[in-house]
Design a protein around this ligand. Structure first.
Ligand code: ADP
Length: 444
């Protein structure tokens, strides 16, 4: 596929588009995951601060007597003295600071962490995230304090260092940023492979069309060249006698017939490919088709010294719905092949049978047979096992392709069993009509 410029360009384009779309989806997903982690951390942090600060706030308020003054009982509650208190155990991890401010927001005391150069922030906003001189940031909650008799005392600000959270988020960011190019390389490789995989059937059919065009041109060239040679030689002989002129015209007519037949076969194949159904739907009696065929080909079989016979293994006529002309052509192609590829003294038998709501037509011969490796290819257009031999028999390699197309259009199947030197059996299987010949309602 890669040698063909059109296909390799399309594969590149497809793979790049896949990779780009996948890259965008992955980037947005990564961003979403990161945002979700950040959000979850901030929520946990808020809840933790709220709980720790709230508990401490309630205990402290019970000890306050005079606005702006910390009582000795209050100081006992602060982290340095609180080693035994489980509820404020979080403070002892060393990540918290507590600031006490008076009513005019001046600092009275500081407990816990001692961040250098941390600015005093207004208590109007409950939640803040100030940073110290070293660039360490904290998340802080501000709560107002009241004395025991409920007069405003001042404020308490509790902050928690964001160092561990920031470190964790930086690691997550790093993993996502490093993971993205690795994921993109994997996406690129799989996109290339997927694009190739998706294009394989199109490429196969492109190759078939190319092969078909080449074969068709080759087949058309032979009769055209023969006609041209005949005409040219006639023109070079000025005094052509009547008898010779007749011979020339006969040659031209023969070649013309061959061309006409070939074009008709190609048109039939193209038509069947498009429609995938028989041209007409009528009740066709297979017994009649076989007996007519045997009658028509009897003279040819006698000339080839071949015994041509039929064997009807059913007691009543078998009907199928389809195009009688096409069905006749189908059996004709198989019988004519059997005659062509059977040596003098051999036998060709057309058998009609039925099984499981299907009609079976078997064309059996004692001919040259077909090698196992060729048996699948013989249904390909223009394919001939032995092209020299087939050419002398007049076939262009379309007979079995047409037979196959007709069978498919009639929802049936065509199979071959053959042994080299012993003979071949072609079996046609067609669904029987589920109606009597008098009925107008035709169904498969
Ligand atoms: P052709 O027009 O050359 O006969 P077909 O499509 O009918 O083309 O058949 C394709 C090839 O299959 C033939 O070239 C021939 O080699 C082989 N073939 C078909 N029928 C028989 C048969 N009954 N016995 C042996 N070979 C056969």
């Amino acid at each position: 596929m890669n040698e063909n410029r059109l296909f390799s360009r399309t594969r590149w384009r497809l793979a790049t588009s896949y990779a780009l779309v996948m890259g965008l989806i992955l980037s947005f997903s990564g961003l979403g995951i990161y945002e979700a982690i950040v959000h979850a951390h901030w929520q946990t942090l808020d809840r933790e601060l709220e709980f720790v600060a709230g508990t401490l706030h309630d205990s402290i308020e019970n000890t306050l007597k005079q606005p702006g003054r910390l009582e000795p009982a209050t100081q006992e509650l602060l982290p340095e003295q609180m080693e035994q208190r489980h509820v404020l155990g979080a403070i002892h991890r060393g990540d918290y600071y507590i600031r006490f401010l008076d009513l005019s927001e001046r600092k009275i005391a500081l407990a816990g962490l001692q961040p250098e150069g941390l600015p005093l922030t207004s208590t109007k906003n409950t939640w803040q995230s100030p940073c110290d001189e070293q660039g360490n940031c904290y998340h802080q909650i501000s709560l107002s304090l009241h004395t025991q008799n409920n007069t405003p005392w001042g404020y308490m600000q509790m902050g928690r260092s964001l160092r561990d959270i920031n470190e964790y988020l930086t690691n997550v960011k790093l993993i996502l940023l490093l993971g993205l190019p690795i994921a993109m390389i994997l996406v690129g490789i799989s996109s290339w492979w997927l694009a190739g995989f998706a294009m394989q059937p199109i490429y196969q059919s492109y190759k078939q069309i190319q092969q078909f065009t080449a074969d068709a041109a080759h087949e058309l060239r032979t009769p055209l060249a023969a006609t041209r040679a005949t005409v040219e030689s006639a023109l070079r002989t000025p005094h052509t006698f009547n008898l010779e002129a007749q011979d020339i015209l006969k040659t031209i007519e023969r070649q013309n017939q061959r061309l006409t037949g070939l074009v008709a076969d190609l048109l039939l194949l193209a038509h069947m490919e498009r429609r995938r159904s028989p041209l007409r739907s009528q009740l066709c009696c297979l017994n009649d088709i076989i007996s007519d065929l045997i009658e028509e080909l009897a003279a040819l079989a006698i000339a080839a010294e071949i015994t041509l016979s039929s064997e009807i293994r059913v007691y009543k006529p078998l009907y199928v719905v389809g195009d009688e002309e096409q069905l006749y052509r189908l059996v004709y192609n198989l019988v004519i092949n059997a005659i062509h590829y059977t040596l003098a003294g051999g036998k060709v038998t057309a058998i009609l049978d039925c099984s499981d709501h299907h009609a079976l037509i078997k064309i059996q011969d004692t001919g040259v047979g077909i090698a196992a490796k060729e048996q699948k290819r013989i249904f390909t257009r223009f394919y001939r096992v032995d092209s020299d031999r087939s050419r002398t028999s007049g076939g262009a390699g379309l007979g079995l392709a047409i037979a196959q197309a007709i069978v498919q259009a009639h929802h049936g199947s065509l199979q071959v069993h053959s042994e080299l030197g012993k003979g071949s059996t072609f079996t046609i299987r067609l669904p029987l009509a589920v109606t009597s010949p008098k009925s107008k309602n035709l169904n498969y």
